[in-house]
Ligand binder design. Structure first.
Ligand SMILES: [Zn+2]
Length: 311
């Protein structure tokens, strides 16, 4: 049995058909974790969809109504860059519920993993770049509303800048945002995160980790969040179709392990979500996401929670 829960729902699939976003990846990751004997049925929790009340702490009523009633304008769909369907709406409400649940699990168990979510380009009033609802922001707002946490940190390692996250929390002193991304890449407009690590094209494992880990250490020490939400991008991978960095699979797993270790050493719970991954071979994207779970297992076993809290 895993020392933390995996949050997953079969209806996470965004129903995109042939598309650069392989939305069947959520199911394939869950299947692979079982196939390799990393996880069993008992390790999985099925989320409920977020309530509209939860969603409305982040998103405008107008955007929520457009999604629920299928009334997106041509411009809305163009920004979203994925086709609208009722299944998409169901999937993103579930993903937000999943990130809430992963956050709650993390507060209880030290780690919680949503095998979905990470929709970091979504803004309060519109979707963008395959992201309709900002699940991580919804989860943070819900945990704050429940008074389960006061301060949260988002560590976003997707190859694309976390523009939605930065915009949502820009004037909020209770949420610290870190984005490490390729500077010359989508989105064109990058509102400032608390820390932006702008990587040059084709940056490799060493350059990337050399920028990320010291920044994470400093930020955790200074800000002392009650929880970290980790947006685990698979797209800094060297063979990604939408990315221009040169990380290896080994480097990406090292990234996950080191970030988790820094939080764990300080006794800070971590909720993980997925994010982008558009490798030429789908199995590479699956492997990178599965490795995030393996890195979590490593760190959870290496640093038992009682010891971590006393450290
Ligand atoms: Zn991305």
């Amino acid at each position: 049995m895993l020392p933390f829960k995996l949050v997953y729902h079969d209806r996470y699939d965004l129903n995109l058909g042939p598309h650069v976003f392989p939305s069947q990846k959520f199911r394939l990751i869950a299947e692979e974790l079982r196939r390799e004997g990393i996880a069993a049925a008992i390790d999985f929790l099925q989320p409920s969809p977020a309530s509209d009340e939860d969603i409305l702490r982040v998103h405008t009523r107008e955007w929520v109504q457009k999604l629920k009633n299928g009334r997106l304008t041509a411009s809305d769909v163009m920004k979203l860059e994925i086709p609208y369907s009722p299944e998409l709406v169901e999937a993103v409400w579930l993903a937000a519920g999943g990130s809430i649940l992963a956050g709650q699990c993390a507060l209880r168990d030290g780690f919680g993993a949503n095998l979905g979510g990470g929709f970091h380009h979504a803004y309060p009033g519109h979707g963008q770049g395959f992201c309709a609802i900002h699940d991580v922001a919804v989860a943070i707002r819900r945990l704050q509303a429940d008074k389960a946490i006061r301060k949260a940190m988002v560590i976003d390692t997707d190859v694309h800048h976390g523009n939605g996250t930065a915009a949502i929390f820009r004037d909020d002193a209770t949420v610290f945002t870190i984005s490490i991304h390729q500077e010359n890449n989508y989105p064109a407009h990058k509102p400032p995160s608390s820390i932006d690590l702008n990587m040059m094209d084709r940056a490799d494992d060493e350059e990337y980790l050399g920028a990320l880990i010291p920044a994470v250490q400093c930020a955790l020490d200074e800000f002392r969040p009650d929880i970290v939400f980790y947006v685990g991008g698979a797209d800094p991978y060297c063979e990604d179709q939408l990315g221009g960095l040169s990380l290896t699979k080994k480097g990406l797993m090292e990234r996950d392990r080191k970030v988790f270790e820094q939080a764990r050493r300080r006794g800070i719970p971590v909720a993980t979500t997925l994010a982008g991954g558009y490798a030429q071979r789908l199995e590479d994207t699956i492997r990178i996401h599965v490795n995030t779970i393996l890195a979590t297992v490593d760190v959870a076993n290496q640093f038992p929670i009682a010891a971590a809290r006393n450290a």
